[in-house]
Design a protein around this ligand. Structure first.
Ligand SMILES: [Zn+2]
Length: 227
């Protein structure tokens, strides 16, 4: 580690190859993937430019934010769920469990007040073979919501406090999932069937290490006290 200089690493992001520069010593301290790449590079001979042409710049912005500050902005609306989901997949590829857990905590927030669109789960099932904790969260949240916000999924409307109804795309999302992803549809069917309405908690309201990635016996608290 001592031999790693404070020079920059450049990552070219997306089709436009937007250059993102990060100080190498910060990057290797925060990201196990880059730490592994540079571990044996005593003479600085390793390449310092990487191409992430399949990544979206706004997803990589979250990665840069985390690397510099070890925190990410709050996710207040479900409009950004896809962006945070993709950042979660990137964190998984780069072996950054704490970044994943920070994203997980944010991903739960919008679903305290909004029904989850089955499209998020369907997309994750199609695109990520990993990300098991996030997959489990979306599935649990969807099963919970189907029982507690049934009209959203059945009629495609949300009943407001004042009694009016507002259209929501979650019914269409459920129809696509049921029509196109048979394995996932079956998984969902049996989970809904086995749901324990009395003893279940809303997954979006859970605090702490639920759906986090940790080694056996580790929690966020034991991890931070080890520092
Ligand atoms: Zn945790």
């Amino acid at each position: 580690m001592d031999m790693i200089s404070s020079q920059n690493v450049t990552i070219l992001v997306g089709e436009e190859r937007k250059p993102v520069r990060i100080q190498k010593d910060i990057l290797t301290a925060r990201c196990a993937h880059f730490q592994g790449l540079y571990r044996n590079d005593m003479h600085g001979t390793q390449e310092d430019t990487f191409e992430w042409l399949d990544e979206d710049p706004d997803v990589v912005d979250l990665f840069v934010e985390w690397v510099h500050a070890q925190r990410i902005g709050a996710l207040e609306s479900d409009l950004n769920v896809h962006r945070y989901t993709k950042a979660y997949m990137l964190a998984d590829e780069l072996c950054m469990p704490q970044f994943q857990n920070a994203i997980m905590d944010q991903l739960r927030r919008p679903f305290r007040t909004t029904a989850v669109n089955p499209g998020h789960l369907a997309w994750l099932e199609q695109h990520a073979i990993c990300c098991l904790q996030l997959h489990a969260y979306f599935l649990d949240q969807l099963v919970y919501e189907i029982h507690h916000s049934t009209s959203c999924y059945k009629d495609g409307v949300v009943r407001m406090v004042d009694g009016t109804e507002k259209p929501t795309p979650v019914k269409a999302g459920l129809e696509v999932l049921m029509g196109k992803q048979r394995n996932l549809a079956m998984k969902l069917f049996w989970r809904v069937q086995a749901f324990d309405k009395v003893n279940s908690q809303d997954p979006s309201m859970l605090e702490g290490c639920h759906y986090h990635v940790h080694d056996e016996g580790e929690t966020c608290d034991t991890r931070s006290s080890k520092k």
